[in-house]
Design a protein around this ligand. Sequence first.
Ligand code: GLN
Length: 476
Amino acid sequence: MEIASLTIDQIREGLLSRRFSAKEVAAEALRFAGQENASTGAYLLFDDEHALEAAARVDEKLDLGVDPGPLAGVPVAVKDEIITQGLRTTCGSRLLANYIPPYEATAVARVREAGGVILGKTNNDEFAMGSSNENSYFGPVRNPVDPERVPGGSSGGSAAAVAQGTAVVALGSDTGGSIRQPASFCGVVGVTPTYGRVSRYGLVAFASSLDHIGPLARNVKDTATLLGVIAGRDPLDSTSAHAPVPDYAASLDGNVKGVRVGVPKEYFEGLASETGDLMSQAIRTLGTLGCEIREISLPHTPYAIACYYIIATAEASSNLARYDGVRYSFRSETSQTLSDMYRNSRGEGFGAECKRRIMLGTYVLSAGYYDAYYLKAQKVRTLIARDFANAFEQVDAVVAPVSPFPAFKLGEKTADPLEMYLSDIYTITGSLSGIPCMSVPCGLTASGLPVGLQILTRHFDETGMFRLAGAFEQAR
Ligand code: GLN
């Protein structure tokens, strides 16, 4: 069993033909992940005991001839921004360094029900705020392709785990690009579904109107299978959609003849030259598959960063107010009065990036500034979403870069937060619009760094997105 390159289909086939047991897969995955973790720091915690138990249950079902589920025996990694019952969940923060949740995220519960074997929790930027995974209280994650470089963020641990082959699939979360950008930097597939497609119950809130849970894997089909498991209405999240869940994996029929693909001209200015070359090559490949390539315009793109960093910080400042040291988060022991206790717990508990965002978000929501900043940003958000709606009257999908450049060096952008924010320019627009978007590998730079192609489609057209991504992956 070649654990580092296994796919969901291969595990299924191996289990059904009795070439290996789920317990053997889990034991080997845990061994390999433990061995490799020193080089990347992708995992914060391994859950050997429950992983082996879950695998044993799959083996029992196989023995009894009961269907063990679509993820039977599949090693899964879960971003530490997602709640796991009884298993420490830190959000990469000192505030939650000892937090053991009493409940389970819906996506995690569905993975378990489907026979998935959760190996452990993966590192991320504190409360999912960042683009490089350098903002975690527990230290950075390193890119398995080049350990001097960042894996991207904030789901850097999940992307690194999948790229390294220690997990077959992973759950990440995306607010402004945190699944697609690390997927692109690490050379794996990452999917941000339509807002509301997957329940956010148990995803620790960063910016609630933008937060999504989504899958990462080494191939398109595995992300499609995992999305099929976690998607669908959940009464515990009132923003989860009632829409039925199609069989995403079955949509990968390779037939993309006549699909109209839009190339937004605003997304190709200021790209690193190798990224630009790989984009052109990818667009030519789509052309040879029979897609009809059209230039389109998304004119409000230049306002996306400012708009996102107002809305996301406003929501974050409200969501992070709950970490006051009173009920469950870190409490400073040095305080004499109640107000000192609040101040010191938050002051010592939050890292610099969270503090920056709380201040910015509180400012834009303040009386006198609300209309000028927050309300204005909401209006701009509508214009950005309308850009896509107009585009989708002429085309079926939009393709774009994920990031202006490939993985950068650790420390390269930490001195200037604004420069870090600018790396999100191409992912933020999809997040603000709530449409499905994904990153699929499209090649390597001369120095071997992966680059991802972004595919975006209409609300709830994950099927069309997977079909295009699958055909592209095959053609490469
Ligand atoms: N990099 C963006 C930010 O720092 C997006 C993060 C995310 O999607 N969670 O806000």
